[in-house]
Design a protein around this ligand. Structure first.
Ligand SMILES: CC(C)(COP(=O)(O)OP(=O)(O)OC[C@H]1O[C@@H](n2cnc3c(N)ncnc32)[C@H](O)[C@@H]1OP(=O)(O)O)[C@@H](O)C(=O)NCCC(=O)NCCS
Length: 192
């Protein structure tokens, strides 16, 4: 196992809900408990085999999680990038880290250059478990180690609130063109 590999217990997004006060004759289910089988997951640097699996993960993430925020033409324009050699080449830049659950890549993120969080994609089956939070924290640490004082990202509409939760600021929408389609995103910054 690489020294960069970290085993991390994930944080479940949904906490057990407080029980509603009982009414006579009503039976309520017990509060939800975290699923111990889903934990922990592993974060490791990019390896060669990821160049085959991450384009599909990128597509699945966008089509499964961003479909409430963008129309089908915009989604197709966004995912079309995954089929190009540029995308594979881009994965090898900077620091790219991959989260594995049960040995399978379920998310990845990239810092490139050291002050820019360039990619963050989670598979829909692994969403809401805190994986993006941990990948983001991992790369924030990498950026600090590199001496970065302010981290920049361009957040999708889907990720805008997530990045706010992570302490990034920036609410002004801007358009970016992807394969002829205009997509809204937000320039966001975080002081480290
Ligand atoms: C945005 C994304 C990376 C979040 O991944 P995730 O692993 O589900 O995020 P986490 O589980 O770490 O969530 C952390 C917090 O952000 C919140 N959050 C996550 N996604 C959110 C969303 N779409 N809208 C609002 N809040 C969101 C969660 O509620 C959680 O808050 P909590 O811990 O207080 O409950 C994921 O939805 C994704 O991959 N989206 C599609 C691709 C994309 O847009 N990537 C970003 C490109 S810039």
């Amino acid at each position: 196992m690489s020294i960069l590999t970290r085993l991390i217990g994930g944080r479940r997004r949904r906490q057990p809900q407080p029980q509603t006060p009982s009414r006579p004759g009503t039976v309520f289910p017990p509060p939800r408990q975290p699923d111990p089988d889903a934990l922990p997951f592993e974060i490791r640097p990019l390896v060669d085999s990821d160049l085959v699996s991450l384009p599909t993960l990128f597509r699945d993430s966008i089509l499964g999680l961003a479909d409430n925020d963008y129309d089908p033409e915009q989604l197709q324009a966004w995912v079309s990038h995954a089929g190009s050699p540029d995308f594979t080449e881009a994965l090898t830049r900077g620091t790219t880290v991959v989260a594995l659950q049960f040995g399978r890549p379920v998310a990845f993120a990239q810092l490139a250059p050291a002050d820019y969080l360039n990619m963050l994609y989670v598979h829909p089956d692994a969403a809401g478990e805190g994986i993006a939070t941990l990948l983001c924290q991992y790369l924030e640490d990498e950026a600090r180690i590199a001496g970065t004082q302010q981290l920049l990202t361009h957040a999708s509409k889907t990720a805008h609130r997530f990045f706010k939760t992570m302490g990034f600021v920036g609410d002004i929408p801007e358009d970016v063109k992807r394969n002829g389609e205009k997509l809204v995103r937000y320039r966001m910054e975080k002081k480290l």
